[in-house]
Design a protein around this ligand. Structure first.
Ligand code: GLV
Ligand code: GLV
Length: 325
């Protein structure tokens, strides 16, 4: 019996074709995000739910799950939109897609690390607006990134991939992570562990947020911590919007208390505050971190592998273990 697999959003065509071959799969052809009721209806019928980050898989939604729901195979690495404790309480394993979006996300973060201090997005808009009058010795100057210090918050796969890239640009790397990396890894990355986040914030030129969003990292970058950053500091976030207090960040940017920001994620996607939209020293992207054809297909392959291995009676390889310890 092929598992009844409900997929909440449209996935790349090759991925859906493979799923249709292997599973009794139901897709979301018009790709509208499912309402809470639609999600409740899905978990009441599915053996396997394939949600993604735009779905709120809350305790309430999971309360509608039928006894046949045996796996949540998330399309994506972050699982903050799934109530893991509620899934655990029902013995429903949750899997994600680590590894396959690491390099793409790190590339995009590097893009922001260059774009914001060098004013690339602003310059592009300037040209298109017909405002450019030719090269000038003092025209649209930004700040050099070579020789600066990057502080990475969250040194998992993505954080490490950013460190490897940034080293090539001559940027020094400090990192804050719950656990210190093995010394050999630190040496290879040329990265210095900072046990104290606040001390690190006071001592860097560029900040990149790359930790998961959890109860502990909600508003990790709050008004007080933003206040520790120097006036020349750039803030980059391609993790989750809720890790930064967006209002406090906007205040800091408006006041010139920090130099600029590069954001790929927001607290209330897809809504972005008017005040943030009005700022020049900010590059705003529409959550593009993993948005490559190659990456999204590989994410689909991971979802399929997890479902198949689970359906064969084994523990799926990418089971998220938080809450299962
Ligand atoms: C993207 O943001 C993901 O979590 O996969
Ligand atoms: C992503 O795959 C991470 O673990 O950082």
């Amino acid at each position: 019996e092929r598992p009844k697999t409900i997929v909440t959003r449209k996935l790349p065509a090759q991925v859906e074709a493979r799923m249709a071959e292997l599973f009794d799969a139901e897709f979301n052809a018009d790709d509208t995000p499912m309402s809470e009721d639609a999600l409740k209806n899905a978990v009441a019928r599915a053996d396997v739910l394939v949600p993604t980050l735009t779905d709120d898989i809350s305790k309430d939604v999971l309360a509608s799950a039928g006894p046949q729901l045996r796996l949540i195979a998330n399309f994506g690495v972050g699982v903050d939109h799934i109530d893991l404790a509620a899934a655990r309480a029902r013995d429903i394993p949750v899997t994600n897609t680590p590894g396959v979006l690491t390099e793409d996300t790190a590339d995009m973060v590097m893009g922001l690390i260059i774009s914001v201090p060098r004013r690339l997005a602003e310059g592009e808009k300037f040209v298109r607006a017909g405002k450019w009058r030719g090269w000038a010795p003092t025209g649209m100057l930004g700040h050099r990134v070579n020789g600066k210090k990057l502080g990475i918050v969250g040194m998992g796969r993505i954080g490490q991939a950013i460190a490897r890239r940034a080293s090539g640009f001559g940027i020094a790397i400090d990192y804050h992570n719950r656990h210190r990396l093995p010394e050999a890894v630190e040496q290879t990355l040329g990265a210095t562990w900072r046990e104290n986040l606040d001390d690190m914030l006071a001592d860097i030129d560029i900040l990149s947020i790359n930790c998961p969003y959890t109860a502990e990292t909600h508003h990790l970058l709050n008004e007080k911590r933003l206040g520790l950053l120097g006036r020349d500091v750039y803030v980059i976030n391609a993790a989750r919007g809720e890790i930064i207090n967006e209002e406090a960040l906007t205040d800091a940017l408006e006041k010139g208390a920090i130099a600029g920001a590069g954001l790929d994620v927001y607290e209330n996607e897809p809504d972005i505050g008017e005040r943030l939209l009005a700022l020049e020293n900010v590059v705003l992207l529409p959550h593009l971190g993993s948005a490559t054809f190659e990456g999204r297909e590989a994410m689909g392959d991971k979802v399929i592998a997890n479902i198949r291995i689970w359906a064969d009676g084994h523990r799926p390889p990418d089971q998220v273990l938080e809450g299962w310890a």
